[in-house]
Every structure is written in structure tokens, then in C-alpha cells.
Design a protein around this ligand. Sequence first.
Ligand code: GLN
Length: 223
Amino acid sequence: MSAPRVGVLALQGDFARHIASLEALVVDVMRVVRPEDLDGLDALVLPGGESTTMMKLMDANRLREPLTRAVREHPVLGTCAGAILLGIESTRLPGPPLGVLDLTLERNAYGRQIDSFTADVGVSVLGGSFPGVFIRAPRIRRVGAGVEVIARLPASDPAGEPVGVRRGRAVGLCFHPELTSDLRLHRWFLAEVAGLTLASHVQGTSEGPVGRPVSARAREAGR
Ligand code: GLN
């Protein structure tokens, strides 16, 4: 059985960290920089970075229209700037984002780079808390009908502010699971949201080998 094939938008931002997390879960990763890179994907990830820059590069690479289609046709996970791209509107963007999640976001709403922080987030779909890394993160100011809040801050408050949402097969997170060694959210997205079958020997429950991606060669050798 061939490994699931997941595309990571690789125009700008921390796409390499998502690739490491996905490869640790024995997924084949395709870097998406051109429209044809979207062919044959099982799921798509939009990384953190600068949403303004990503949108400009998206237009320069003629990716806007194919990406707008792809985020509706495929399971998609957007983290931080990636979540901004999935929303319907955000403050100070050069144009409309991809609009697959009915959300209004406020960019950089926790402050500047120096105000970045880590905090435990309560994640309903994991049944517990997750280490949230917030870097010039957006705040979700409006959650539209049909959008389910799956993560709240602080973890101890079941009515805390929304920092993660899902509607159908689209997931947006204001924090960065790809910057931790905890693979649970990537695993949940692939298995539960995208319905993909992952290699049975990969646990991905907590600490994972991020930074030491499983190479394709090791996989072919059956190790
Ligand atoms: N501040 C960035 C933006 O508004 C998001 C930051 C991030 O992805 N860590 O696009």
C-alpha cells in the first residue's frame, strides 16, 4: 500500500517543519509551489509565516485559483498564517483570502514578535491539552455558523477563546504544532479529518522524531 501523499504550500514560512512532522508520520510530502504540484494529493497543509507575503507569491505563481479549488476539494490544515489564508476575512490583508472557513481574524492580535508565547491549549478532539506555540498569532474574532471550535485558550477554561477550528475537512489553528515534537494534531488531521491510513508502527501520540524525518530510502528499505 502506498503512503498517503500530502502537499505543503512551500512559498514562504515554516513549511520545512510541517514536512518533518508529516514525514515522521510516514507520509509522502509534495512541496506545492506551482499549480501542477496540487495534482494527486490526498491532503494539503498551509504553514505559518507571513500571510501577506504568501498571498503575493500565490498570485505571482498563479496559484490562487487552483488553491481556492484545492482547499474545497481536499482536507486542509492551516496553521497561523495558514489559518488566515483559510478564513473569510482578516485585518490588513492585500486581498480576500481563500475563504473556506467562515472566520474573521485579527492579525498579530497578541502583539509583536517579542510578545510571542507558549501556553497549554485545550483541544477537544485530543481529549486533553496540547503545547501551543503562538508567534505573532492572529485572534479569531468571529466564528461563523457550522464552524466548530476544537481548541481553546487557556486549556483550563472550557469557554476560553477559540484558537482552533474545524468545518468539515478544513482545520485552522492559531498556533504551531509543527514547532513542537508532539505529532498528535498532525496525526489526528491525517487519520480523522482526512481519513487516511497511516503506517501502523507510527504511534504519533506524543513525542515524535521531529527534525529527524524518515527518509524515503529508509521507507523503501522497509525500515
Ligand atoms: N503574523 C503572521 C500573519 O499575520 C502570522 C504569524 C505566523 O504564522 N506565526 O500572517
